[in-house]
Design a protein around this ligand. Structure first.
Ligand code: FMN
Length: 190
C-alpha cells in the first residue's frame, strides 16, 4: 500500500480527463469466473450500472481435478497466471468494478493478475467477490493488489445467488449510482 492503510488513494484520475471528458465512460465491470457465479453477478452489475463488461480470460484454462488443485495452490502461493490482454482500457472509464471467486480464502489468481497488470491505470474502483462462506480476506487482497480504496464492496454467497436473492447486489448498484452522480456533479461544478 503506497499511502494510508488499505489503499491510501481512491484511484488514479484518467489522464487528460477534462479534455477527453466526452469520451470517458462511467463504469467498466471486469470479472473472472470459473463456474459461472461471478459471471452471473458481473452481468447483473453491468446491466444495473449500464456498464461495459470485460471477462478476464486465462492463457491456460483450468480443467478437471488437476485444475481445481491448481486453483488452490495458485491462490495459496499468490501466483499470477498469464491472462489474455484486456479489451477495454481502464483509462477510458470513470470507475472500474472488479471481481471474481474466492479460492482458498484469497481472491482467484486471474483477478490477482488483472489487478497487478492494471494497477497503475485504474481510476476509481469497487470490488466484488463470490464465495461459499466468506470473502472478506479476498476483498482485502484486491485493495492491497490495486493499492486502491474501493468506493464499495460486495460479497455474494453461493446460496444467495442460487436462491436468486440479489438484494445486496441491488444495494451495491444503488450506492455506486449515487456516488457516480455525486462525482459527475462535482466535475460539472468545477
Ligand atoms: C478451488 C476452490 C476453492 C474455494 N475456496 C473457497 C474459500 O476458501 N472460501 C469460500 O468461501 N469459498 C470458496 N470456494 C467457493 C467459490 O468461491 C464460490 O463457489 C464462487 O461462487 C465460485 O465462483 P465462480 O462460479 O465465478 O467460479 C472455493 C471454490 C473453489 C473451486
Amino acid at each position: 500500500m503506497r499511502a494510508a492503510p488499505v489503499g491510501g488513494r481512491l484511484g488514479h484520475s484518467p489522464p487528460d480527463r477534462r479534455s477527453t471528458a466526452a469520451h470517458v465512460k462511467q463504469n467498466l465491470v471486469v470479472y473472472y469466473s470459473h463456474s459461472g457465479c461471478s459471471r452471473q453477478v458481473a452481468e447483473r452489475l453491468a446491466a444495473g450500472l449500464d456498464a461495459d463488461l470485460e471477462e478476464i480470460v486465462e492463457l491456460h484454462r483450468r480443467r478437471g481435478p488437476l485444475g481445481m488443485a491448481r486453483c488452490v495452490i495458485d491462490a495459496w502461493l499468490g501466483r499470477e497466471p498469464g491472462i489474455v490482454s484486456p479489451m477495454h482500457s481502464p483509462h477510458a472509464y470513470e470507475r472500474v468494478i472488479v471481481g471474481g471467486p474466492v479460492w482458498a480464502n484469497h481472491i482467484a489468481s486471474p483477478v490477482r493478475s488483472y489487478l497487478s497488470e492494471t494497477m497503475e491505470e485504474l481510476p476509481r474502483v469497487a470490488f466484488f467477490c463470490c464465495c461459499g462462506r466468506d470473502g472478506a480476506h479476498a476483498l482485502g487482497d484486491m485493495a492491497s493488489l490495486s493499492d486502491c480504496t474501493p468506493e464499495a464492496t460486495l460479497m455474494m454467497l453461493d446460496r444467495e445467488i442460487q436462491a436468486g436473492d440479489f438484494a445486496k447486489l441491488d444495494d451495491f448498484v444503488a450506492r455506486l449510482r449515487k456516488t457516480g452522480a455525486t462525482a459527475a456533479s462535482v466535475e460539472r461544478a468545477a
